[in-house]
Design a protein around this ligand. Structure first.
Ligand code: KG4
Ligand code: ZN
Length: 357
């Protein structure tokens, strides 16, 4: 008999549920995005996010069950994200999971969201197995791990300030390109030349596998301020950065070049640091996960430079890179199978760490 796992994910601004068969086959994966809700603010508003999760979660779970052609009674286990993330958002999904597990008398496990992102690669690629080096680059995290075995992770390095996705979102907000920033910047960058503006590639001194993106974001802001022409000289099609009351106005071609230059700097750093870590490990396998892993330039640059170094790269399908519940079910499945059971006292933890440091 197949094992059916219900995955629940509400750590940030996506309400998601999925049904997974035997930890591998995605029977359904439903994601209700809150992008439109948060777009006017240029970032996630935590209180709005948790309220929307409350409204959306049951319909999303019901839709996942319907698409998988199963009922609640068919489920063998539930895996719900327990952290890290926004505490109000996390509590909605975890409490829902606990209530469902209690009411139906089925086992529940709490899953670390970052482990979920790594499992997206295992779900997507049957040829991937432990051990591997894994980079999770998302809106909240830029964390590099050595994944030794299921449940065993060592943190190699992390961002000391902004996450990579956060830098994309902040630069896009400054340039008034919309939210979420990553896809917008990538779109603009396609029309630009990455060699016109060369932004710094910050190298933190703390450790070889750490990252820093806030200086890069400041460099973009400073460059925009210096190069912007006054609004009186501007054409009506020009774009206006949002953060300044003086409103420097930019030529769209320059915006495209800035986006390309900024993206190139982020990609360069992520590729260099993660490849250095993968080369130092015996497995020579590198997983790239999290929302930023959707970036086409990052994927192609990593594939190209990894091939030169003899490193095998595993990058999940973009639909599995951004937040989803299939990856949460995949990470929870081996633990459910081992008989692990979360107590009903399990609490959400906004800062839940993954593995050893
Ligand atoms: O993993 P995710 O869906 O949520 C978090 O756990 O944070 O990642 C969302 C982040 C956002 O910051 C978004 O701007 C970024 O991933 N992102 C991208 C792209 N698509 C999404 N960043 C760069 N290029 C993209 N194409
Ligand atoms: Zn995420």
């Amino acid at each position: 008999m197949a094992h059916l796992t219900l995955g629940i994910e509400t750590s940030c601004d996506e309400t998601a549920a999925a049904v997974l068969e035997d930890g591998r086959q995605i029977r359904s994966s439903v994601v209700a995005s809150q992008d439109l809700l948060h777009a006017p603010y240029g970032g996630v508003v935590p209180e709005l996010a948790s309220r929307r999760h409350l409204e959306a979660l049951w319909p999303v779970v019901r839709e996942a069950l319907t698409r998988a052609r199963v009922s609640l009674g068919d489920l063998d286990g539930i895996a719900a994200t327990a952290g890290p993330g926004l505490i109000g958002s996390l509590l909605v999904g975890l409490c829902f999971g606990k209530a469902l597990a209690f009411a139906r008398n089925i086992p529940l496990v709490g899953v670390n969201h970052l482990e979920g992102h790594l499992y997206a690669a295992l779900l997507d690629r049957e040829d991937l197995s432990f051990p591997f080096t894994g980079l999770v680059a998302s809106g909240g995290h830029t964390h590099l791990y050595q994944a030794t075995a299921p449940g065993q992770y060592r943190l190699l390095g992390r961002t000391l300030d902004d996450a990579a996705g956060e830098a994309f979102d902040k630069v896009a907000k400054y340039l008034s390109l919309g939210y979420p920033g990553g896809p917008r910047i990538e779109e603009w960058a396609r029309k630009g030349d990455p060699n016109v503006v060369r932004f710094p590639r910050p190298v933190p001194s703390r450790g070889p596998y750490d990252f820093s993106f806030s200086g890069l974001k400041t460099a973009v802001v400073n460059y925009v301020k210096q190069s912007a022409v006054s609004s009186q000289q501007s054409e009506s099609s020009s774009l206006q950065p949002s953060a300044s009351s003086l409103q420097p106005v930019l030529d769209p071609d320059l915006v495209a070049d800035i986006c390309a230059g900024f993206q190139e700097a982020v990609v360069d750093v992520l590729v260099r640091v993660s490849l250095t870590a993968a080369k130092a490990s015996a497995s020579r396998r590198l997983v790239l996960a999290g929302g930023v892993a959707c970036n086409g330039r990052l994927r192609s640059q990593l594939a190209h430079r990894a091939a030169e170094e003899g490193i095998q790269v595993y990058c999940p399908n973009p639909s599995l890179c951004t937040d989803n519940a299939a990856m949460i079910a995949a990470a929870g499945y081996p633990r459910l199978l081992r008989g692990e059971r979360a107590l009903l006292s399990l609490n959400a933890d906004a800062d839940l760490a993954l593995g050893l440091t």
